[in-house]
Write a protein that binds this ligand. Structure first.
Ligand code: SAH
Length: 278
C-alpha cells in the first residue's frame, strides 16, 4: 500500500567479524548489526551461539567454507550477496574472526562495488588474538620477538604456499600459521631447513576461545606429529616463536598429558632460557 516501489529500496552489505568463538568477544557494533540484519550469510567458522544475536526475523544461511569438505564457491557467495542486496535487503556477511584476515573480504567488497552496492566492514577479534589472550602470551614480548607475522598454511590448491622461509627462521619473530592442518609437517621441515632452531616453542590451539578449546604445547620439531596424532576437530592455528615459551609456563592452560609432549615443552622452555642467558 504505502510501501515504496522496489526500485527505491536500497540494500546494502555489511561484512561483520564474529570473532574466534566466544560470543562475548564480538564488538558492540557487530551485535547491533546482527540485530538489524534482514539476511545473514555465515561461515562454518561462526560459532552457533553467535547467531543467537540475530534479529528474530532475519533469514540465516550457511554458506560453507571450511577448508575441507564441500563448500560454496566464492563466486556463488558473491552473487547471492549482491542479489539479496539488490532486492533491498540489508545483508550481513558474518565471518569467523576478522573479515580482513584470510577471509576473502577483498573479493566480496569488489563484487559489491562492481554492483554499486554500499558496503561496510565491522572488524572482529582474529583467531590469533583470541588464542594469544587465552594463552596469556604476548605475541611481541620484548625479550623474544621484534616482529609478528600471520601466514597461511595453504594456497589456492590446498598445498603449502611458497612462504618467505628466511623470515620464518628468524629467531626473533612470532609466526602465526592460519590453516596449518594439512601442511604443518612440510612447513616445519622447510622452516628448520632454512635455519629455524628445531627447539623453538610451537603451540597449536584448536577451537580457541570456545568452551572445548584444546592446546598442544611442543617445539617446532615435535608439534607436527602431536597435532597429526590428535587431529583435533574444528579450526586450529599454530603459533611459533620464543614468545610462546611464556605460554608453556602458564599452566592455566591444560597441556598434553603425554610424556613426550611434556618433554618437548621442557625443552622449549630451556631453549628460551638459554637464549635469554646469552
Ligand atoms: N578471518 C579468520 C580467519 C579465517 S581463515 C580470523 O580472523 O580468525 C580460517 C583459519 O582461521 C582456520 O583454519 C584456523 O587456522 C583459524 N581459526 C579461525 N578460528 C579459529 C579458532 N577459534 N581457533 C583456532 N583457529 C582458528
Amino acid at each position: 500500500m504505502n510501501s515504496k516501489p522496489q526500485s527505491d529500496r536500497r540494500g546494502r552489505v555489511t561484512l561483520v567479524g564474529a570473532g574466534p568463538g566466544d560470543p562475548e568477544l564480538m564488538t558492540l557494533k557487530a551485535v547491533r548489526t546482527l540485530a538489524s540484519a534482514d539476511v545473514i550469510l555465515f561461515d562454518n567458522l561462526v560459532a552457533p551461539e553467535i547467531l543467537d544475536f540475530a534479529r528474530r526475523e532475519a533469514r540465516t544461511m550457511l554458506v560453507g567454507k571450511s577448508g575441507h569438505g564441500p563448500s560454496c564457491r566464492q563466486d556463488d557467495i558473491n552473487a547471492l550477496m549482491v542479489r539479496l542486496a539488490t532486492s533491498g535487503k540489508h545483508v550481513v556477511r558474518l565471518k569467523g574472526g576478522d573479515p580482513m584476515v584470510f577471509g576473502r573480504a577483498g573479493e566480496e567488497i569488489s563484487a559489491c562495488r562492481a554492483a554499486g552496492i554500499p558496503v561496510e566492514v565491522i572488524p572482529g577479534v582474529t583467531a590469533a588474538q583470541g588464542a594469544a589472550a587465552r594463552l596469556c602470551a604476548s605475541l611481541t614480548h620484548r625479550d623474544h620477538a621484534r616482529r609478528l607475522q600471520y601466514v597461511t598454511g595453504h594456497d589456492r590448491s590446498g598445498a603449502l604456499p611458497d612462504l618467505d622461509w628466511t623470515s620464518l627462521a628468524d629467531p626473533f619473530v612470532t609466526t602465526v600459521v592460519y590453516m596449518p592442518a594439512r601442511t604443518l609437517a612440510a612447513l616445519a621441515a622447510k622452516a628448520i631447513e632454512a635455519g629455524l632452531d628445531p627447539a623453538t616453542p610451537a603451540v597449536a590451539v584448536a577451537r580457541a576461545t570456545r568452551p572445548d578449546e584444546e592446546v598442544v604445547v611442543a617445539t617446532m620439531a615435535t608439534l607436527p606429529a602431536l597435532v597429526a596424532d590428535r587431529s583435533p576437530p574444528g579450526p586450529v592455528l599454530v603459533m611459533i616463536g620464543r614468545a610462546m615459551a611464556e605460554a608453556a609456563l602458564d599452566t592455566h592452560v591444560s597441556t598434553n598429558e603425554k610424556a613426550s609432549a611434556r618433554a618437548a615443552m621442557t625443552a622449549a622452555i630451556s631453549a628460551v632460557q638459554r637464549a635469554k642467558a646469552k
